[in-house]
Design a protein around this ligand. Structure first.
Ligand code: BG6
Length: 510
């Protein structure tokens, strides 16, 4: 890995503390940081290097998945960290920053490869990119990269404007747009799931698949983010980015040895094949919801409109479910259902692929208990991939029962999303970042929904906190003869079920 200076805007912030420092530390422990590595943290607070290093150290004790038990190792890691005060709009601070970066590069005999990480609010993206260019920070004789957090725009027009602005300072191949769902270990494994299993690859079409369900439910509410969330809603916060990325990752066919260009090309093709939903038709394809008071885990919780900072007449969506259609040869006729919501019954992010039941007609009524085959990809909080098949119990009276074949169980110390993504950005591997084409096509797809929501042309359905979302979300699937899988408590995800079919089980690590 090439020597790198990691320049972090927002070094005193929450994301840095919770995710970025722990990710860097774990990469360091695993020997995945460049040999020559320098970090410059930036913030408005008047911190010294020592205060900064102490804050980084504290964050590791609090949030790192591996404890910084080895003092020598910890000190070697912290030694790379320097701090510079920076007011985002003050040119002079960028000159100071450049002097510090250059001094460190000389001291460590490093070429000027610079990665700029923007862990700041979106209103700061443009001025920072401008100042990086104007100060000369971005024009040294090495490579430069820009790592940028969401949200990337508020709608199609603002996303385009932001991209045009960033393009004045960085080329597309230098921009790494973080979508942390793409860093999740199971999402990164979808590629090898197909590549290593021709059986699954062969089944990955409308010939065998009935529908695909993508769920990201959360039990948390709006938390302390009312100011942000009430202007964004579930559609911008989760659907336009994380969930459409999951759809792309689930729908692409990945041949062996896929390059990042190939992955991106295929994702773009999926977005281009999505059947657009006209503004007047949004109500037929999309369910929009907002939570009312209810209870979670036996505790009463308030409704959205009573949350601190939320207007009593807010029409913001805290839930969205949608039916999406992909008009290409592989997926024509297969609905993709997507839903996400706050204050639902449980935290669960998963993809369920339901296979067709070609034998249903042929089998007699008496042979009930045959359920469709499913591929269940649990992305979080647990991680698993399991294929559900049916087996017939021994004996004349034996009925059918489902068994699960484990295709992946994650080791306890699996890296976190940010660790994967920061490691990739340092290597310059763009595979698991959102390319501008994908971002633009996602906004383009979502824009008529935003417009319909803004005009209240789609009813805002209510659902009690702690429930599975509005009843209309069930009705959306029922219209097509389907239901959401694994919603009922009794219907635990495969990893939680007793492994009765253990002799069929294949464990990845065997
Ligand atoms: C963030 C959203 O991008 O993703 C949050 O802004 C949401 O509202 C979070 O809670 C969910 O991420 P995860 O990794 O917990 O599923």
């Amino acid at each position: 890995m090439e020597p790198t200076t990691f320049i972090l805007f927002g070094a005193t912030g929450d994301l840095a503390k919770r995710k970025i420092y722990p990710a860097l530390f774990n990469l360091f422990v695993r020997g995945k940081l460049p040999q020559a590595f320098s970090v410059v943290g930036l913030g408005r607070r008047e911190w010294t290097d020592e205060v900064f290093q102490a804050a980084v150290e504290r964050s590791l004790y609090q949030f790192s998945r591996t404890e910084p038990a080895d003092k020598e190792k910890l000190n070697a890691f912290l030694e790379a960290f320097r701090y510079s005060v920076l007011d985002i709009g003050r040119e002079e601070d960028y000159r100071k920053l450049l002097a510090l970066v250059e001094a460190r590069e000389q001291a460590l005999k490093m070429p000027p490869n610079r990665l700029f990480y923007l862990s700041v609010g979106p209103e700061h993206f443009e001025p920072i990119a401008d100042n990086i260019r104007a100060s000369g920070l971005g024009s040294a004789d090495g490579w430069k990269r820009l790592v940028i957090e969401k949200p990337f725009g508020h709608d199609l027009a603002s996303a385009r404007a932001l991209n045009a602005k960033l393009s004045e300072s960085f080329a597309e191949e230098e921009i790494f747009r973080i979508d942390h769902y793409l860093g999740k270990p199971v999402v990164q494994r979808l590629e090898s799931l197909q590549q290593a299993n021709p059986v699954i690859q062969a089944l990955w079409t409308n010939r065998y698949i009935a529908n695909v369900q993508i769920t990201a439910s959360e039990s948390v509410g709006v938390e302390e983010r009312a100011g942000y969330y009430d202007h964004v809603g579930a559609i911008r916060d989760m659907f336009q980015n994380h969930l459409l990325q999951l759809l792309m990752m689930a729908a692409i066919h990945l041949p062996y040895d896929s390059s990042s260009e190939k992955v991106r090309f295929k994702k773009k093709k999926i977005m281009e094949a999505l059947v657009p939903v006209a503004q007047e038709d949004v109500g037929q394809q999309v369910v929009r919801g907002q939570y009312t008071a209810g209870s979670i885990g036996g505790q009463p919780v308030e409704g959205y409109k009573s949350e601190p900072g939320i207007a009593a007449d807010s029409m913001n969506d805290t839930f969205i479910a949608a039916r999406l259609l992909i008009d290409n040869n592989d997926w024509r006729g297969v609905p993709f259902y997507i839903r996400t919501g706050k204050r639902m019954n449980k935290k669960s992010t998963r993809i369920v692929v339901e296979f067709k039941e070609p034998l249903k007609q042929a089998w007699s009524q008496s042979e009930d208990g045959v359920a469709p085959n499913l591929l269940v990809i649990e992305i979080g909080p647990g991680e698993s991939i399991a294929l559900r098949l049916n087996t017939k119990e021994a004996g004349a009276q034996g009925g059918f029962k489902p068994i699960h074949i484990d295709l992946h169980s994650t080791p306890a110390d699996s890296p976190e999303a940010y660790e994967n993504l920061i490691g990739d950005a340092l290597k310059g591997d763009p595979t698991f970042f959102a390319h501008w084409d994908e971002v633009e096509l996602s906004w383009q797809y979502v824009q008529p929904m935003l417009d319909a929501f803004a005009e209240n042309a789609v009813p805002l359905r209510s659902y009690a906190a702690g429930s599975r979302g509005p009843a209309e979300s069930d009705a959306l699937l029922a219209e097509d003869g389907y239901h959401w899988w694994f919603d009922e408590e009794s219907e635990a995800l495969p990893k939680n079920e007793s492994k009765e079919g253990a002799n069929y089980a294949y464990h990845a690590n065997h």
